[in-house]
Write a protein that binds this ligand. Structure first.
Ligand SMILES: *[C@@H]1O[C@H](CO)[C@@H](O)[C@H](O)[C@H]1NC(C)=O
Ligand SMILES: *[C@@H]1O[C@H](CO)[C@@H](O)[C@H](O)[C@H]1NC(C)=O
Length: 320
């Protein structure tokens, strides 16, 4: 199935990888670095084109473009530019690896990536993870997490693509199981609840939620907030939100990354990079609908320098 590109970053039409590689070389050569030239060029190219520039750079100068960028740039701006240079699949795989292998487990990253990616993307991530690290993602995640949080993460990794007939016939059963598990004996049997929410068909889940609302008299999210806590609660809410609307989920993620004192730059970079060629336009629309300001104006007020310039270009415009 072909998804319409709702991203803000598009392939450049008059593209010449050699010319771009030369321009980047020039921007980094000698004393001082032309950050503005680097960010403007890279944001105006698709990720596929950036890989072609990297290859041309290697051919022309015998050096790795990403290594050179790393040695010329610093801080959040460096992280953002290096993220933009990474192919999307490799980016997701590295995010998960760092989330597990770093000091402590970054549960936020596990939740965001596994709840929001499509079944095919999850499948590709599992394969690429094995190739890259000679390890099984499911085992690494299971080794680093526990309880129902672990169970649901593992279920999210076990991709199931459902036919629509299967979906509709499963709905009634699911509501009854949810009702039973969620409302009557949730404390003793979270398993069926977790299994149903782990189902990766968003269409299936939306039907379940609608029916749940009619039967129970309140939203799925309310039950989750009432009955669970900690990482499990975050993960269940992320799954429910992504089933309802992935762009709305990311709009909220971006908003809370900037709201209040201090900005969660890692989250901001992750979302702005990974959605720039996917659904940034929809995320902006959802952001404007849910919050009192536009995404553009919030980024403008919360960040600075070349880092801000790059983020604003990825955002791609203001929605007054
Ligand atoms: C790209 O530009 C170089 C010069 O910068 C030129 O030699 C080459 O033919 C161009 N390639 C294409 C495909 O236009
Ligand atoms: C998703 O739902 C279908 C139909 O109810 C079921 O066969 C399948 O096992 C479920 N998948 C998961 C991961 O729970």
């Amino acid at each position: 199935m072909l998804q319409a590109n709702r991203g803000t970053v598009k392939a450049s039409l008059n593209f010449n990888a050699t010319t771009d590689a030369e321009a980047l070389y020039k921007a980094m050569k000698g004393l001082g670095t032309d950050e503005a030239a680097i960010l403007q060029l890279l944001v105006a190219r698709s990720n596929v084109q950036r890989q072609q520039i990297k290859a041309a750079y290697k051919t022309l100068f015998g050096k790795d473009l990403v290594d050179d960028l790393k040695s010329e740039l610093t801080g959040k701006f460096e992280t953002l530019i290096v993220s933009l240079m990474t192919p999307p699949l490799a980016y997701d795989v590295a995010l998960l690896r760092n989330a597990i292998k770093g000091a402590g487990t970054n549960e936020k990253v596990l939740v965001e990536v596994l709840a929001s990616r499509t079944p095919q993307q999850v499948k590709d991530i599992v394969t690429a993870y094995r190739q890259e690290y000679d390890a099984v993602l499911e085992e690494d995640i299971a080794g680093d997490t526990s309880g129902h949080f672990k169970r649901l993460l593992v279920i999210l990794l076990q991709v199931t693509l459902l036919s629509s007939i299967l979906v509709s016939s499963a709905v009634l059963f699911s509501i009854l199981a949810l009702f039973k598990a969620g409302e009557q004996k949730f404390g003793t049997d979270e398993q069926s609840f977790v299994t149903i929410l782990g189902n990766r068909s968003a269409e299936h889940l939306r039907k379940v939620f609608d029916a749940y609302m009619k039967l129970a008299g309140f939203e799925m999210e309310e039950s989750i907030k009432r009955e669970t806590s900690g990482s499990l609660k975050d993960l269940l809410l992320a799954v429910v939100k992504c089933a309802r609307s992935v762009p709305a989920y990311f709009a909220e993620t971006v908003y809370y990354a900037m709201k209040g004192a201090g900005t969660d730059d890692d989250t901001l970079i992750r979302v702005m990079v990974s959605r720039s060629e996917v659904d940034m336009l929809d995320i902006r629309t959802e952001f404007r609908r849910m919050f009192a300001c536009s995404m553009f104006s919030m980024i403008k007020g919360d960040t600075g320098g070349d880092y801000r310039k790059t983020l604003l270009l990825l955002c791609g415009g203001d929605d007054a």
